[in-house]
Design a protein around this ligand. Structure first.
Ligand SMILES: C[S@@+](CC[C@H](N)C(=O)[O-])C[C@H]1O[C@@H](n2cnc3c(N)ncnc32)[C@H](O)[C@@H]1O
Length: 237
């Protein structure tokens, strides 16, 4: 019988923002896998790996899986990574894959799990939820994400600026991921929508050089940047 693959959300970066269940799942796994980008510096642990290392004894084997950011090479990198994980689960053992934030929110885990399932069809796939960057920024900036009948839209900037403008027109809360490099355009779109004074920004949340602001900078920021734009609200008494 095949083993189990668990996608574990380890939070956005602060090692204290992993759940007890996530930590226990890491400690109970036979093998722990972490993603690294092929562009990252060799020997530098990735973001998820830093959180794992804060909780898992060094005796537990931690294997880095390289993922390509480039679209053409990305799918091949998922397949190569899946081969290493499949070897563990095909032997009836438990493999844990640590991912930043939540494993069901724009995570490589989704694609890795699909590739592992293709190789080992009876693998049991589980996830342990993690605190998202959106929640961490709301907390660190003192922002109420939604109240009363407001809706919340979470968008990656890859959806395009027109979609962002549409959501801004809708009068609900907008959270934008993957927009760091396009901050100048986003800044202009918020100004045009009259929403500049309702935006908060957080880069590299939970890391040593975290940057949280009560406004949106107009210059490009790191890939790990999150923006929250709240709707106009009546002051509460
Ligand atoms: C591939 S998505 C991963 C989302 C993650 N699974 C989650 O649940 O939050 C990457 C995007 O998440 C956001 N993000 C993740 N970690 C972050 C952090 N520590 N600081 C700021 N933004 C972060 C950024 O918008 C980044 O571009």
């Amino acid at each position: 019988m095949s083993g189990v693959l668990i996608g574990i959300g380890v939070g956005p970066g602060d090692p204290q923002l992993i759940t007890v269940k996530g930590r226990d799942a890491l400690l109970g796994a036979d093998a722990v896998f972490v993603p690294v980008s092929v562009t990252s510096t060799p020997d530098e642990p990735g973001y998820a790996e830093r959180v794992v290392l804060a909780h898992v004894p060094h005796a537990t084997p931690i294997t880095r899986l390289e993922f390509e950011l480039d679209e053409a090479a990305r799918e091949a990198s998922w397949r190569t990574a899946a081969l290493a994980v499949a070897e563990v689960v095909a032997a009836g053992r438990t493999a844990a894959f640590a991912t930043i934030g939540d494993p069901n929110v724009y995570s490589t885990f989704t694609y890795l799990a699909a590739e592992v399932r293709a190789l080992v069809p009876d693998v049991e796939v589980q996830t342990v939820p993690g605190i998202t960057a959106m929640q961490d920024l709301a907390s660190r900036s003192g922002t109420v994400l939604v109240e009363h009948e407001e809706a919340l839209t979470l968008l990656p900037m890859t959806a395009g600026l027109e979609v962002v403008r549409d959501v801004l027109r809708g009068g609900n809360t907008l959270v934008l991921y993957k927009g760091g490099r396009q901050l100048p355009e986003i800044h202009a779109a918020l100004a045009a929508a009259g929403a500049s004074d309702r935006a908060v920004f957080g880069a590299r949340l939970g890391l040593a050089d975290q940057d949280v602001r009560d406004h949106l900078p107009s210059e490009p920021a790191p890939y790990l940047s999150t923006i929250i734009v709240t709707p106009e609200r009546k002051p509460t008494s």
